[in-house]
Design a binder for this molecule. Structure first.
Ligand code: ADP
Ligand code: ADP
Length: 229
């Protein structure tokens, strides 16, 4: 999978104060990198820049060492999957919820992804041949289940880079850990960049980048950050 590198990236939303001020960090291939920091620190803006929803005022963003402004948008879209907060749930079955995003996926691919991401009760039903109806006419999914479904949808595309926004998900700590384990199993071979609330929930990320007011305040492993290096 590709690496992602921010090199001295500066950006201000139109008419607003600087959202990023000289941000540099590297997300290593196949590793998990966590962006942590308070609301307004620039985490979501970093995701928007990486997907070229907006362009930096200064600095460079590289995907596998290549400046993303030189990469065709279709390739960028195919490579980077963003699991958004409050992803929609279609009124339909679990399988239909995956297939609408990726109509050419085979049943085997859909099942493989659902098995690793969804909760055991759903998987047990799938094993019994029961494809649960969800959404307005079926089972109401919890916040955590909706996020799992969104991750399943994203992984079905076999992206090189998975962007995950955990900060705003309505998850308790136990659910967060379970979801993390599911992603670890499913996202094997993806470069994962995640936005997290607290340092304590990303102890096992290979690299943590602490953002504050648009600046990288610290970066390193959890152990390094806790030691205050
Ligand atoms: P969080 O910090 O939990 O991500 P925010 O309230 O900062 O939530 O942002 C929620 C959404 O609103 C995001 O999509 C963000 O890009 C957008 N947003 C945040 N600040 C502004 C703003 N000043 N003007 C317009 N949109 C904003
Ligand atoms: P975080 O994700 O860390 O909460 P954001 O990237 O959402 O931080 O916000 C960084 C800064 O950019 C904040 O000042 C926020 O208000 C502003 N901002 C974010 N999204 C938008 C937007 N869509 N339009 C205008 N300003 C925004």
């Amino acid at each position: 999978p590709p690496s992602v590198e921010f090199r001295d990236v500066g950006f201000a939303h139109p008419g607003r104060a600087q959202a990023l001020r000289g941000v540099s960090f590297t997300a290593d291939p196949g590793a998990r990198t966590a962006l942590v920091g308070p609301s307004g620190a620039g985490k979501s803006t970093s995701f928007a820049l990486l997907q070229r929803f907006v362009e930096p005022d200064s600095g460079t963003i590289l995907l596998d060492g290549v400046d993303i402004t030189t990469i065709p948008r279709a390739h960028l879209r195919a490579t980077i999957a963003h699991v958004e907060q409050d992803a929609p749930v279609l009124a339909g079955t679990l399988r239909e919820n995956l297939l609408y995003a990726e109509p050419n996926a085979t049943d085997a691919e859909v099942d493989r992804v659902l098995r690793v991401t969804m909760l055991k009760s759903f998987v047990d039903d799938l094993e019994r041949g029961l494809d649960t109806e969800v959404g307005t006419r079926g089972v109401a999914l919890s916040g955590g289940e909706r996020q799992r479904l969104a991750i399943a949808r994203a992984l079905l595309r076999r992206p090189g880079v998975l962007l995950l926004d955990e900060a705003t998900a309505q998850l308790d700590a136990r659910n967060e850990t379970a979801l993390r384990e599911a992603v670890d199993r499913a996202a094997l071979g993806c470069t994962v960049i995640l936005i997290a609330h607290r340092l304590s929930t990303v102890t096992d990320a290979e690299r943590i980048v602490v953002l504050e007011q648009g600046r990288v305040r610290a970066s390193g492993t959890h152990a390094e950050l806790v030691r205050g290096d």
